[in-house]
Design a protein around this ligand. Structure first.
Ligand code: ADP
Ligand code: MG
Length: 627
């Protein structure tokens, strides 16, 4: 019996049009065919388990992909449930092809909306790499007859009695020009590694001609007396029970670490991980690792692999996994995710948002539990995780709300970690609601030392993300201001003494303006507690942040010279001498020297400035020793 038919689609030839959409990702044909084969086996196992079908005691389940380079075919075989001719009509002729029609209808106006999954189109993807596809199938059903289906991917197919004599299905691809590269074992192997590594049924890849050649080679080199050479037992390419499918209580730390090394090829140890397992209202399993960051220059981008029933879908699907979590590494398996739709649809899908919320919550919960019950470890990890936590707080309001009590800051004074409330409480008497920070503890050491001298603290916030992060904290904590140590410091260091003498203030201004030949210089006389400090340069916090931002965006030339203020300490004996001295020349030199020292404590001097500083120092030493 032979049957010919037309597929019920208007288009003359669907393939060229669909090919255009799928072209960029031809590789997925193997994922689709192997996952169909694995599905067929899973169904068969289920039927057998329920007693609805008989299988042999020694049945070994396998999907086998074999390459025939000479014959230019790739065959995907399984011993699953198989299909009757009626099922082929229903599932292949109608479903697969009508899926294609639907797909076309929906996407005829779309331009570059990549499809990330099935559309009832899985089978059809075979035509991306094959000019002719054959299906040989024998259903498990009693009395079923083998069926053969052939099509060239146009709008017609042929069906006839098949010759397959054991249950299951072979899909034979006669590859086209594009498909020839897949005849290379290495090429196909690497794609199967990507997509099939964790499928739930053993998957084998074989190239019989290549293997025969190898065996002959071995036989040629065979020496008398040695055992007869033979090929090694074929091994499946996949792990049918990946870690995320197993119960956390059965797993050791080493299990998690080994899985991490293998899957992400990262030789470094992960810091810690979260095993996700959710059944309701949606199913989700997975493991998320917090990687140890390498040096700054290494890209800190993570990798979160998305799976659908152990079939790899894609890396870093930001529609499903919140963007900031993409700094992590891990595997997430969502069997229910509607992958048969485009990415832009996923973005607006409430279900996907729930998944994303769930993952975010779990991550925050893990961090919180570390903070509360393993504070020491949490502090140890902080250097590696703080960019992630800060980024998460900036990107996701809910994440911030969960994490807000677990944000810690390293003190430049004590080297210990404090929370914002800790800091504010300790500073309450001296500078209420003000947080001093240093962006570079080495360069700003003078300022930190001045604070320390008054029993005050400053926290270290050195990274680019800290700027937007402190703005966030300021907006969330009313009245709290973050001040870089070289800004507004005099405010904190001022003694409660009465106001400074206005006559003296005018004199100080005059001395410094004349000495520095800058009649716009802001000079302020203050009573600072630390008598060892003579002058300080103070920037405005706003100007400071503007500069930092400009530098962050590589616009250093835009960073303007700040409206700096020179704070002169009326309590410093040196300043008292300066104001009282009659020696005009010495006063001038001393003023310049003090100004340069103040500058030096926040930045290196320019070449010319440094030269002037050095020769002036010589002169002053001369005067000191000689005079
Ligand atoms: P989907 O897998 O999303 O249903 P496909 O186009 O991949 O869409 O496959 C269509 C249908 O064809 C499957 O649902 C299944 O019923 C049938 N089918 C495909 N491959 C096989 C196979 N190897 N064994 C049994 N049935 C298969
Ligand atoms: Mg499929």
């Amino acid at each position: 019996m032979q049957e010919k038919g037309n597929l019920s689609i208007n288009s003359e030839n669907l393939f060229p049009i669909i090919k255009k959409w799928l072209y960029s990702d031809q590789d997925i044909f193997i994922r689709e065919l192997v996952s169909n084969a694995a599905d067929a086996i899973v169904k068969m196992k289920k039927l057998a388990a329920m007693g609805d079908a008989q299988v042999g005691e020694d049945e070994t389940w396998a999907v086998t992909v074999s390459i025939d380079e000479a014959g230019k075919t790739i065959t995907v075989s399984d011993n699953g449930i198989g299909m009757t001719d009626e099922e082929v009509r229903k599932y292949i002729n109608q479903v697969a092809f009508s899926g294609a029609a639907e797909f076309l209808e929906k996407y005829k106006d779309a331009t570059e909306d990549p499809i990330i999954g099935h559309f009832g189109l899985g089978f059809y993807s075979a035509f991306m790499v094959a000019k002719v596809v054959e299906i040989h199938s024998l259903s498990y059903q009693e009395g079923a007859k083998a069926v053969l289906w052939t099509s060239d991917g146009g709008s017609s197919y042929e069906m006839s009695d098949g010759s397959r004599d054991h249950r299951g299905t072979d899909i034979i691809l006669h590859v086209n020009e594009d498909g020839e590269k897949y005849l290379q074992t290495y090429e196909l192997r690497s794609i199967m590694d990507k997509y099939c590594s964790f499928m739930p049924v053993p998957v084998y890849l074989t190239n019989p001609a290549e293997e025969m050649k190898r065996l002959e080679e071995m036989r040629k080199n065979h020496k008398d007396g040695e055992p007869e050479p033979s090929l090694p037992e074929p091994k499946p390419i996949n792990d049918v029970e990946p870690l995320w499918t197993r119960a956390a209580k059965d797993l050791t730390d080493d299990d998690y670490k080994n899985f991490y090394h293998k899957v992400f090829m990262d030789y470094k140890e992960p810091l810690f991980w979260i095993h996700l397992n959710m059944d309701y209202p949606f199913r989700l399993k997975g493991i998320l690792y917090f990687p140890k960051l390498g040096n700054e220059f290494e890209s800190s981008e993570g990798q979160v692999k998305l799976f659908c029933n152990q079939v790899f879908v894609a890396d870093n699907v930001k529609e499903v996994i919140p963007e900031f979590l993409l700094l992590l590494k891990g595997t997430i398996d969502c069997p229910d995710i509607p992958l048969n739709v485009s990415r832009s649809f996923l973005q607006n899908d409430g279900y996907v948002r729930k998944i994303s919320d769930y993952i975010t919550r779990k991550v925050a919960d893990k961090l919180k539990s570390l903070f509360t019950s393993e504070r020491e470890n949490y502090e140890k990890y902080w250097d590696d995780i703080h960019p992630f936590v800060k980024y998460g707080c900036l990107r996701n309001e809910k994440f911030y709300d969960r994490m807000k009590d677990c944000l810690i800051f390293k003190s430049a004074v004590t080297d210990k970690y404090v929370t914002l409330p800790d800091y504010l409480e300790a500073a309450k008497e001296k500078h209420d609601k003000k947080v001093f920070y240093t962006s570079d503890p080495r360069q700003q050491a003078q300022y930190v030392a001045a604070l320390k001298g008054q029993n005050m603290d400053a926290v270290i916030l050195p990274t680019a993300i800290d700027l937007p992060f402190i703005s966030l904290l300021e907006s969330k904590n009313e009245g709290v201001r973050f001040l870089r140590v070289d800004t507004n410091l005099s405010e904190a260091l001022k003694s409660d003494d009465a106001e400074t003498d206005s006559e003296k203030a005018a004199k100080a201004e005059k001395i410094f303006r004349e000495a520095l030949e800058n009649d716009k210089l802001n000079v302020k006389l203050e009573n600072l507690k630390d008598t060892g400090v003579s002058v300080l340069l103070e920037n405005s916090e706003e100007g400071q942040r503007m500069n930092d931002m400009a530098r962050l965006y590589g616009m250093a030339e835009l960073a303007r010279q700040n409206d700096q203020t020179l704070v002169v300490n009326a309590n410093s004996p040196l300043v008292a001498h300066l104001l009282a001295s009659e020696n005009e020349e010495l006063v001038k030199k001393a003023a310049c020297q003090m100004y340069d020292l103040a500058r030096l404590s926040s930045r290196p001097l320019e070449a010319a400035e440094l030269n002037a500083f050095i020769s002036r120092t010589q002169e002053l030493l001369d005067a000191l020793i000689g005079g």
